[in-house]
Every structure is written in structure tokens, then in C-alpha cells.
Design a protein around this ligand. Structure first.
Ligand code: NAP
Length: 537
């Protein structure tokens, strides 16, 4: 450990040891031979999976696609066990990667980055940690994850609550014992929908506080068959090609078929088949689900019907099906027995849109009409997504420009990779890139490969600085808005894609919705034409 008087000099500092940070370290250190260090706040590698260990935490991407594809050997060695990997299995995978590629010696855990300031006179970044260490580096790479900054709602009285409360994104490592307890879950996004069935199975009584009803598709999780494992291992090139050449980087294509190309019966059959297969691929049954309101309504009504078939109590079914946004305009959850859970006698659903939570008392949650006594409250209330983790760090670029200031009206960058005024700083899967609209590992590998290639180019050509141009960033923000507005995504006006889940956050559609394949082409064209939109000096 250094002290503030003895800075450590490195080529690169990488912030975060999740999927992105680990691959970025490997790429800079082992492919380019640079000195690089990962600084990670957590006590282990894993990024979002290190923190999100709530009951039922599982990935919604299929395991054979939720993998690094940069190493053929790794793909052959690693054996996933289920269609969707659970959090402990993902952690085993990421720890295996850390060991297999000898990454740990350059990952500094329990180290929270406090500030990163660009020093123009030295063309370097001056990075400090909360423990007072100082690092000087030429390249600063933020690999802080898109969904890492927990959003705990500011509800009156939380400090007076005598029971235990948890946010799903900061789950205790020793786990939580729900047996014999009255539990309240606030939040019915992807996380709540995964956690609710598991908590229901473990608790004496569960009350779910729902503000916005949500669609969900059955995951149909199951152990992987030997045939499938064999297929995945013998088709890695094909699978990678499919992921890299489609909209969402999943291992399947969205069909070319419109909802209106087929008869009612045929359409119903297609949706039944997709429902039976389950998972995010349900979205891929028609090409116009997310761009045409009428098409979307047909698919949404199909799901509503399913909810009312599954949930036996008509009032509960109505409340669960009373969904105020188009299907998939918010990130669609996939579940294991979510709607079925409401058929259990000890599970209740409370409509906090109609009767909002007024406060938390010493004994539980109080709405206008009712007191709910609770031993444990679980907040499955999401994240300050995409910008939260970055803006928690005091990042200052050229002339002391704070990132907070630069992004005062929302994130503004070029291709989601660089921010004007912040030379040699790169953001992996930051706002303005497809990131969260994708299966993350291919999106991460694309960014890390681009950053690595860019730094290699710079060093070979004696270029000391790369910086996004102001006009390029303005144009890219317009393109990001245009891409979102060509879909139904912005019509879910309270989604985290828009920053609307965090009070006071600017409402800007953050990820790039033009599709992963198109995005890669835009980035590749700009690069091969001499880094169009960047200033190299
Ligand atoms: P989320 O989608 O933002 O959902 C948060 C939930 O909490 C919503 O139901 C929201 O209601 C509710 N909520 C927020 N603040 C509240 C308040 N003050 N009072 C009452 N209710 C409140 O968060 P998430 O479920 O954690 O999911 C975030 C993202 O993480 C997902 O969309 C997905 O991309 C990712 N994720 C992935 C996986 C996976 O792959 N396995 C699993 C979980 C999450 P409103 O809708 O009314 O705001």
C-alpha cells in the first residue's frame, strides 16, 4: 500500500473488478504489456454479482451466452449447470477467471476510489482512494457497472424501524434468515420478481408492496442437458456470431415477422410456443413488439391473460395485470413462479399506487389505510443506474471540469466511450452505449476490445491523448435520443432507463437503443476512418 506522498505510477487504472474490469486488466496487461491495476471497493471480484446476492438472484441471460468469449480454452473448460446461472455459480465463474488468468495480483480489493483528476501539465490522471493512496496513470478506465449504486428510497421513519431492513443490491454475505418472520418486499422489478417467490417459501408471511405492476415471462429454468452443453461447446463461433450480429447480443435473432403478418390463431400459437419456451426470447417472437403500439398491445394482452389464468384471486390478478406501460418498454423480468406465489395463503399484495406508503414506523410500514407489522423489510427498489456509480466519484477533467457539472443535464458523451474534456478516460458500457439493453458480456467485450485497440494504436503512433470532440458528443446525444424515440421505450416514463426512478435525476434516455450490431458498425466506421469525432494529439 502506498501513502499519499508516494504515488504509484501506472499506465492504467481500472475502476471495478466485475466482468469489465477483469477483462480490461487482462487485455492491457497481457496483450499490450502495460502496467495496470484494478481498484475495487468490494472484498472480492464479481462486480454487481458480488453485491446482488439476494434470495433468487439469477441471471436473465442464458448461461452459455453469459460468458466471456475471448478465450476458446475458457469456453471449453467451464461447465454451466443451469439454463440461467444463479449468483453463486456466476461468482464461481468470475473467481475462476481471476485465478485462471492470474488477475488477482493486479486487483486491489477493499479500495474505494475517491477522486480522479486529470493533470494536463503531465497528461496524467491523479487518482486517490478513500484510504489516502495515490496513483498516477495515463489511462483511466471506469468499469463501475451500470447497476451498482443501490437506490434506497427516502421514506420517513426508516431510522426508527426496529426490525431489520435490506436493499437487495447490498445483501449481507451471511444471508438473511426469514423463517418464522413477517416480511415486506417493496418493489416489483426484475429483482423483486426473482426474490419474492424465494422469500415467500422461507417466511411466515409475506406482504408485497407494489407501486407499478409489471409484465414477467416464465424463465423455464432447468438443468442443462448433456446435449445442450455439447451443442454450446461445439458451436462457440456460431453463437458468438449470432450475439454480435443482432439487436440485444443474446444468442437468438428477433424474427422478421410482424404481429400483423399472421392470423389470430397463428399469432396465438406463436405466443404460446414462446411462452412455453420462456425467457427474454419471448420478446423476439415478432419484430414490431417494441416499435408499434398496436402490436405491443396484442402481446401485452396475451401476458395479461396469462396472469389472470395463473392468479386465482381475481382482485389480486387484476392488480397484477393493471400494467401502465407497453410490454418491454421497461426491462422485462423473467421469473420462476412469480405470479403463482400470489396463490399462497400467506402472501398478500398491497397497491401502494392507490394508497402510498406514508411512513415506516418502529413496527412496520404504514399506508394511508393500514399498518403492516413487519419483522423484515426488503427494498428491491433498484439502482441509480448507469451514472450513479460514476458520479459518486469526484472525477475532474481538463481545467477542473467536474463530471457532475458536465453531466448536469444528463450524460453527454461520444459513442458511450469518452466524454469531451476528459482526455484518456474511457467508460466501459457507460450511458450512450447499448449496454443494459444487451446481454452484458458481449457488450463489455466489445468496449474492452475497442479501448485496448485504441490504446495500442495510440502507443504505436506516439499519440499521447485521445478525447471526444464536443460536436461529436452533441451529435451522439441526438442519435441516442433519436434511437430511443424510434421505439416505445421512452413511453415507460418512470423507468430507470430514463433516470426517472431516482428523485431529482435528469430525465434522459441513457442507453443506446439502435441495436448492438448497428452500434458496433458505427464505432468501427468512426475508428477505421481515423477516429472520427475524437481529437488525437
Ligand atoms: P427496478 O427495475 O428499478 O425496479 C424497482 C422496483 O421498486 C419497481 O417496482 C419500483 O416501482 C419500486 N420502487 C422504487 N422506488 C420505490 C419507492 N420509493 N416506493 C415504492 N416502490 C418503489 O430495479 P430492479 O428490479 O433491481 O432491476 C433493475 C435492473 O437490474 C433490471 O431492470 C435488470 O436490468 C437488472 N437485473 C437483472 C437481473 C438478472 O439478470 N438476473 C436481476 C435483477 C435485476 P416503480 O416501477 O413504480 O418505480
Amino acid at each position: 500500500m502506498s501513502t499519499s506522498s508516494t504515488p504509484v505510477n501506472l499506465d492504467a487504472v481500472i475502476i471495478g473488478a466485475g466482468f469489465s474490469g477483469m477483462y480490461q486488466l487482462l487485455s492491457l496487461r497481457d496483450k499490450l504489456g502495460l502496467s495496470a491495476r484494478v481498484l475495487e471497493a468490494a472484498g472480492g471480484v464479481g462486480g454487481t454479482w458480488y453485491w446482488n446476492r439476494y434470495p433468487g438472484a439469477r441471471c436473465d441471460s442464458e448461461s452459455h451466452s453469459y460468458s466471456y468469449y475471448f478465450s476458446k480454452e475458457l469456453l471449453q473448460e467451464w461447465n454451466w449447470t443451469e439454463r440461467y446461472p444463479q449468483q453463486p455459480e456466476i461468482m464461481r465463474y468470475l473467481n475462476h477467471v481471476a485465478d485462471r488468468f492470474d488477475l488477482r495480483r493486479d486487483i486491489q480489493l477493499d479500495t474505494r476510489v475517491k477522486s480522479a483528476h486529470y493533470e494536463a501539465q503531465h497528461n496524467r490522471w491523479h487518482v486517490t482512494t478513500e484510504a489516502g493512496e495515490v496513483f498516477h496513470c495515463t489511462y483511466l478506465i471506469t468499469a463501475v457497472g451500470c447497476l451498482s449504486s443501490a437506490n434506497v428510497p427516502k421514506i420517513d421513519g426508516l431510522n426508527d424501524y426496529a426490525g431489520d431492513w435490506y436493499h437487495t443490491g447490498q445483501w449481507p454475505h451471511e444471508g438473511v434468515d426469514f423463517s418464522g418472520k413477517r416480511v415486506g418486499v417493496v418493489g416489483t422489478g426484475s429483482t423483486g420478481i426473482q426474490a419474492i417467490p424465494v422469500i415467500a417459501a422461507q417466511s411466515k408471511h409475506l406482504t408485497v408492496f407494489q407501486r407499478t405492476a409489471n409484465y414477467s415471462i416464465p424463465a423455464r429454468n432447468a438443468p442443462l442437458t448433456d446435449e445442450f452443453k455439447q451443442y454450446a461447446k461445439s458451436h462457440t463461433d456460431d453463437i458468438r456470431h449470432i450475439m454480435n450480429s443482432n439487436t440485444n447480443a443474446h444468442p437468438f435473432y428477433i424474427t422478421d415477422r410482424s404481429v400483423f403478418d399472421v392470423s389470430n390463431e397463428e399469432r396465438k400459437q406463436i405466443m404460446e410456443t414462446a411462452w412455453k419456451k420462456g425467457g427474454l426470447e419471448f420478446r423476439a417472437a415478432f419484430r414490431d413488439t417494441l416499435i408499434d403500439e398496436k402490436a405491443n398491445k396484442i402481446v401485452a394482452d396475451f401476458i395479461r391473460e396469462k396472469i389472470s389464468e395463473i392468479v386465482k384471486n381475481p382482485a389480486t390478478a387484476k392488480l397484477l395485470g393493471d400494467i401502465d406501460h407497453p410490454f418491454a418498454a421497461k426491462r422485462p423480468p423473467v421469473d420462476s413462479q412469480y405470479f403463482e406465489t400470489y396463490n399462497l395463503d400467506h402472501v398478500d399484495l398491497v397497491n401502494i399506487r392507490e394508497t402510498p406508503i406514508e411512513k415506516i414506523t418502529a413496527t412496520g410500514i404504514k399506508t394511508k389505510n393500514h399498518d403492516y407489522p413487519l419483522d423484515i423489510i426488503v427494498f428491491a427498489t433498484g439502482f441509480d443506474a448507469m451514472t450513479g456509480s460514476l458520479l459518486k466519484i469526484d472525477i475532474q477533467g481538463r481545467n477542473g471540469l467536474a463530471l457532475k457539472e458536465a453531466w448536469y443535464a444528463g450524460p453527454r458523451n461520444y459513442l458511450g466511450l469518452q466524454v469531451p474534456g476528459f482526455p484518456n478516460m474511457f467508460t466501459v458500457t457507460g450511458p450512450g452505449s447499448p449496454s443494459v439493453l444487451c446481454n452484458m458480456p458481449p457488450a463489455i467485450e466489445h468496449h474492452v476490445d475497442w479501448i485496448t485497440h485504441c490504446i495500442k494504436d495510440m502507443r504505436e503512433k506516439g499519440i499521447q491523448r485521445i478525447e471526444a470532440q464536443e460536436k461529436a458528443a452533441d451529435d451522439w446525444v441526438l442519435e441516442v435520443n433519436h434511437a430511443a424515440n424510434s421505439t416505445l421505450l421512452p413511453s415507460a416514463t418512470h423507468s430507470w432507463y430514463l433516470g426517472a426512478n431516482v428523485p431529482g435525476k435528469p430525465r434522459v434516455f441513457m442507453p443506446y437503443a439502435g441495436g448492438f450490431a448497428k452500434y458496433q458498425k458505427i464505432v468501427s466506421d468512426a475508428t477505421s476512418n481515423g477516429y472520427v469525432g475524437f481529437t488525437l494529439s
